[in-house]
Structures are given as C-alpha cells and as structure tokens.
Design a protein around this ligand. Structure first.
Ligand code: MOS
Length: 732
C-alpha cells in the first residue's frame, strides 16, 4: 500500500465546504428554539446603578431576561477568572455583557433588548497603557489596587559590559496595533438538553474539554452535566480560545430547560471577542565590528484591555522573543501587560512572537547596515544553532534548524530575486526593494503549563477486514487537523483512509487532546493517535478477539515556569523556524506598498500532507500581509472605531502577490509523529520585518509601526524620519 505520509490527500471536508453543504454553528438553529440577544454595555467604563427589565419583559414574545443574579459563578477566564459572564456592578469595556434577552424569535429578542433600561454612572476611562501604570490612573479592577496585570523580567549576562564591547549601538521604538481575527464564520451556536438532562452546547471552539471545564464552573455543576460539541468551524486563529457565547447559551438552557440559539452579527463578533495585543517596544541593540551581537535591552508594554484572557502568557512569549532567533550573551528585557478600558487582547496566531520579532529582525538588519555587513551574513553570525542558550539561560530543545532555513531562503533570494542588485521600477515613482527576515515560534504549551494529548484507538475485525475508530477531542478549525490525524492512524495501521472513523467533535465521547493552538495539534494529537494506534495494533496481533482498544497519553519533555526575577527556566519543548524574502514596490506618490513576491521557507519536521502545509503557509501569508499593510484596528478612548469589515480592511485576492513560493524543509523532530513539528503560526512571524526591510531597500526609510498604511508611508517619506536613524545600504 502507498504510504499515507508525505501524500497530498485531498481534504475530505472540502466539497461540502465549497458547495455549502457543511453545517456551521449558525446552520444548527431549528424552529422552536428560543433566541438570545445580549445587551452590551456599549460604554468603556461605568458603574451599573440599576437594571430595569420590566418593560422589556412586557414586549411580545419575550420569555425571560437574565442578569448577573442568574449566574451561579459569575467569573471566568482561561488563566485568571476576572471576567463576568454578565456584569453586576461595573462595566469595563464596550463589549461587556449586561443582560441576556430570551425570546421566541430573534426579532423579538432584539426588540426586547431595546427595552432593557440600564442606568449607568460613567467612570473615568483609562485607554493609554502607559498612563495606566501611573497613579492616580483610574483602576480597571479596583480590588487589584493596580492596573499592572503582569510583569516579566528576563536577565542574562551583564548588559553594561555587553554594550561596552559594542562597536555600534542602535536604539528604537516600535509600535503595533490590534488585529481582528476576522474568521469567516462569526460566533454562533445552540444549546439543548439531552435525554439525561445534560446541557449540550453545539458551537465552534478550539478546545472542547477546556470550554466544558469553564462552563461547568460557571453553572456550578459537574463536568459530566455539560457536553460540548463542535460543528464545522469557520476559522479560529486564537480568537476562539476564550469563551464568548458559550456560557450564555448554557446558562439560558440550564435556567429555562429549553433549547436556545445565539448567532452573532459581524459587529457583535468584532466587539465581542479579544484581539491581537498592541505592544510598544523600546529597545537598544549593540554589536561588535565582526557582527556579533553583544547586548540587547528592551522594554515591552502590551495593552491587555479590560480582562486578562491569555495576556500573561502572550506577554511571556513576547518577552522571550525580544532577541528573536539570535544568541545574545547579555540580555535585559522587561515585559509589562496592563489592564485598560480597551477591548481585551489575547491569543492570535503567533501569540506575541510577531510583535517581538518585528523589532528584533529590523534591529538586526539595521545593525548589519551600520556595520556594513550583509544582513544575511549578520544573521549567520548570530543565529541560534544546536545547543545555543536562550535568554532563559538553558539550551534550546534539540532540532534547531534556524540556520539551514535561513540559508535556503538566502539561496532563493539570491537566485530568483537577484539579491543585492539594483532593481529599477517600471516608472520613476515606483521603487522596488527586497527584504529578508527570520522567525521562530514555540510549538506547544510553554512555561510549565500542563501539556498532554490523549487518544483512543479501537480496532474491529469485521468480515475479514479491520476497521478503526479513533477518538480524540482535537478541533479542526479549518486547518485540516482531522485529515492529518486520520492519515497518521491509517499509516500506522496500514489501513485505507475509508476504514478509519475519527470521532473528534464531542467532549462526551472523546478524550482530551488539548487545544487547537500554539501550532501543536499535528505534533501532540498526532503523536497520541500514533501511539494509541501502535498499541492497539499490538493488542490485535496478540488476540483472536474481534475488538481491541488502546489509549495513549502523550506528554512531551517538561517545561518549567520562569524565575520571577531573572526569567531563567525551560520555556519550551519545541520550536518551529521560518525565513521569508519579500519584494515590494513602493509608490512614492501615493504611499501604497505592493508586495510583488514572497518566498516563505519553513522547517515543518515532516510534511505529512504537503498540500495542507502549503495551504497553511499561503493562508498565513494572507493574514500576515493584512496585518502588515491593511488591517488598522482603531480604538479611541475605549471606543472601537472599526467594528465592521467596511472600516477594517482585510486583504483580498487582489492584494496578494502573484508569486508566492512556499518552501518546506523536513528536519525531523525527535518527538513529532513521523518527525513532524507543525507550521500554523510561523508564516505570520517574519513577514512584517521582511516587508519593512524591503521598504527600506526601496526608498531608504525605516518604518517602525504597523500597519504600514499609505498615510504612514507618505509621512515617513515626507519627513524622511527614518534617514537620521537608518544605517547605510548593505554592502553590495
Ligand atoms: Mo493560538 S494564537 O495559540 O490559538
């Protein structure tokens, strides 16, 4: 039989998705269900004086109105339980939820919501993260006594000595804006009671078992009382890590013992779920004449918004990657994330790495220019190698492929881009440039967070044939995880794909695989499926019974929490490495930047399904291009100014470069199934700094903010602000 591994088997869900037959959460709504409408605060900071639901309850077809009084345990969160399901005393951002209207139709629920009268006393707003740290700033969570959510220090070596050895020292400020996940399918779902009175919530998410845990806590029932099911999921990107609509569906069904439905509009989705963090980074980099980086000092300040979400973890990743993928002997970094009355920030593809490595990659290129060293050569002299020490003072996990990834990208850039040659545009106002950047990102959970994935494989002999049922609660958020898991099982069991049944969408019938996040499912859930399949196969060979079953729980090498004063410890068990070369054309009259070509090189360990790997790279590049050039999520004084896709610009196919070259390298990972690591988040990491370096190559100015809108570009060209700080062009 032909190997399943390394084969671009077609996606089994593709036809249904293209024809519209696939059942997304909003498609589950049935006649007779009660409809929910949330009353949002729509103000950034206020005390709730009273909630009057009497008039709303008199509206036709309104069945009930739930408020904070109805929530058994009114606090939730992935890491800190600081977010109310329904606010009782205070609202802390525009998207806070105050009441839930339950009605027989969606129109009646909407009308009812208009008649819920909430009396507020507006409170002072804190929307600037820097001001949030200075007393007497208004406090977002009064009982905490401070707006500081988390501080992470990172210390290695001696920076005074390191800067003393430096030939060149450069200093800069970088700023990034929020990013909206903008998945195709806004939040939606249904809830109902099964025959045994359990609450079943059918929706989309990234982790069945964690959603179940949090909902059970909110309702104060045992986890057995709650069943989470995922319908077809229309994208996630980290935006479905936090609970959104799920607790409200569960609460209404639990209270009223009726089936309920809740479908968010795009505006509700944009207001209702967290965003990528804005991070401002002030950094100082020093390097010797020979190109060796001697010291990095940095301070990062992230806006966590009104609730913690995953902010402390994102901040740790952003702090860890302040030095990018380079070994630096002397490091002093302080990361801070603060509460504000802005929209909460949390997980988004890359989880802090894109912001941090925007700064680090641009600084490495600028040091190279200042030292008149080729930026690729500069990288070679500093990049992580096997055994390199992280700023957390321990060696990297084995499988450090940063250098071969860079070399492949460089070779591609030299060959197909004529790297280092002048590149005139077609017309004098069109200037072309080429930029290159590297990127790394952990795969899997970090900093001692419990990491495991469990799978069960059942083998059945039926009429001389073997059939397998694989159970593991791994979410296919659109990335194709379910096909990968079936391919792995089929390969181990030497069965055709059709003989593998995968059960993965129901918390009741599957073991916990962990989340579809941190680019981890192929490595983690894939490894658990492989191990369980192998164990089941051994059992089958040893028996004449018609059915055997085996369970495997995979735990990777342990990570540790980081020392609270120095940040020392073992942050991660696996990293992925990437490098990109980008050619741009800058229109100096309009400030528009067009991406002409992208080479994106990735070490994925082993491409189990090459077409899916390339799909991830291309999709990631589209999201990266949107982040770098177009997507300008704006918040002023706690108000979201871009709550619609008409004001928040996403890239279309016309914005994408004509030439995209995904290059997949396969340096086997020691733990991953068949050597595979993962890829999902990595295309987003090097893109922005590669683009900004390409812009500098084209027009000689350094951009230090994201997104690079035409306005930003024109301002930089006019003031030539970059000229004073930019180094010389690379030696050619
Ligand atoms: Mo992700 S940003 O690890 O869902």
């Amino acid at each position: 039989m032909k190997s399943m591994i390394g084969t671009s088997l077609p996606r089994l869900d593709a036809v249904a998705k293209v024809t519209g037959a696939a059942c997304y959460p909003a498609d589950l709504v049935q006649p007779g269900m009660l409809h929910l409408q949330i009353v949002f605060a729509r103000r950034p900071h206020a005390r709730i004086l009273s909630i009057d639901t009497r008039e709303a309850l008199r509206q036709p077809r309104v069945v009930a109105i739930l408020t904070a009084e109805d929530v058994p345990s009114n606090a939730f969160g992935l890491i800190e339980e600081d977010q109310p399901v329904l606010c009782r005393d205070v609202v802390r951002f525009e998207g806070d939820k105050v009441a839930l209207v339950v009605a027989e139709t969606k129109a009646a629920a909407l009308a009812g919501a208009q008649h819920v009268h909430v009396e507020y006393e507006d409170l002072p707003i804190i929307s600037c993260p820097r001001a949030a740290l200075v007393a007497p700033a208004p406090l977002v969570h009064e009982e905490r006594g401070s707006n500081l959510l988390f501080h992470m220090p990172l210390r290695r070596g001696d920076c005074t000595q390191g800067f003393g050895e430096a030939e060149v020292i450069l200093e800069e400020n970088f700023t990034t804006s929020w990013q909206e996940h903008a998945y195709l399918q806004p939040e939606a779902g249904i809830a109902y009671l099964d025959e045994e009175g359990r609450v079943v919530i059918e929706t989309a998410g990234q982790w069945l078992h964690e959603d179940r845990r949090q909902i059970a806590r909110i309702l104060q029932v045992s986890e057995e009382q709650i069943i989470l099911r995922y319908a077809t999921i229309g994208g996630a990107f980290g935006g479905r890590e936090d609970l959104s609509i799920q607790p409200l569906l569960a609460l209404a069904t639990w209270k009223l013992q009726r089936s309920t439905a809740l479908v968010w509009s795009r505006e509700e989705s944009i207001l209702g779920h967290h965003k990528r963090h804005t991070i401002s980074i002030h950094c100082r980099w020093g390097a010797r004449k020979d190109g060796r980086i001697t010291a990095v000092e940095a301070e990062s300040l992230a806006d966590g918004g009104a609730y913690a979400s995953t902010s402390p973890e994102v901040l740790k990743v952003a702090t860890l990657f302040a030095t990018g993928c380079y070994e630096v002997p002397n490091v002093s970094v302080d990361g801070y994330v603060v509460y504000t009355n802005n929209i909460p920030a949390g997980a988004f593809r890359g989880f802090g790495a894109p912001q941090a490595q925007f700064a680090s990659e641009v600084m490495v290129t600028r040091l190279a220019h200042a030292l008149e060293i080729d930026p690729i050569e500069m990288r070679r002299r500093n990049i992580y190698r096997e055994g390199s020490i992280e700023p957390t003072q321990h060696p990297l996990p084995p499988g450090v492929s940063a250098l071969p990834v860079l070399e492949r990208c460089a070779a591609e850039a030299y060959e197909s881009f004529d790297y280092g040659k002048p590149r005139p545009g077609k017309e004098p106002h069109l200037r072309r440039g080429l930029g290159i950047a590297c990127g790394m990102k952990n795969l899997g959970y970090s900093f001692g967070y419990p990491e495991q994935s469990t799978a069960t494989v059942e083998l059945l002999r039926e009429a001389g044939k073997v059939r397998a049922i694989v159970r593991t609660g791994a979410a296919d958020v659109g990335q194709g995880a379910h096909l990968i898991l079936r391919q792995i099982a089929a390969e181990v069991l030497t069965l055709p794909l059709e003989h593998i049944t995968l059960l993965a969408d129901n918390s009741y019938e599957t073991p916990n695989a962990g989340s579809a996040s941190a680019s981890r499912l192929t490595l983690m859930a894939g490894r658990a499926v492989r191990d369980a399949a192998l164990a089941a196969l051994h059992k089958l060979r040893a028996t004449v019974a018609d059915a055997v079953q085996a369970t495997a729980q995979y735990r990777p090498p342990a990570t540790t929490s980081l020392h609270p004063k120095t940040g020392s410890g073992v942050p991660n068990y696996c990293y992925g490495y990437a490098a990109q070369a980008i050619e741009v054309e800058v229109n100096i009259l309009t400030g528009q930047v067009k991406v002409l070509r992208v080479v994106s090189v990735h070490d994925v360990g082993r491409a189990l399904n090459p077409q899916q790997v390339e799909g991830q790279i291309e999709g990631g590049l589209a999201q990266a291009l949107g982040y770098a050039l177009l997507e300008h999520f704006q918040v002023r004084n706690g108000r979201v100014l871009t709550p619609n896709l008409s004001t928040y610009l996403l890239p279309t196919v016309l914005d994408m470069p004509v030439e995209i070259t995904p290059i997949v390298l396969e340096y086997a990972d020691v733990n991953g199934p068949f050597g595979s690591r993962g890829v999902a988040e990595l295309p987003l990491v090097p893109f922005l700094p590669a683009l900004v370096s390409a812009i500098h190559d084209a027009v000689g100015v350094w951009i230090t903010q994201q997104p690079v809108t035409p306005e930003v570009m024109l301002r930089a060209l006019r003031s030539n602000a970059g000229a004073s700080i930019s180094g010389k062009h690379p030696k050619r």
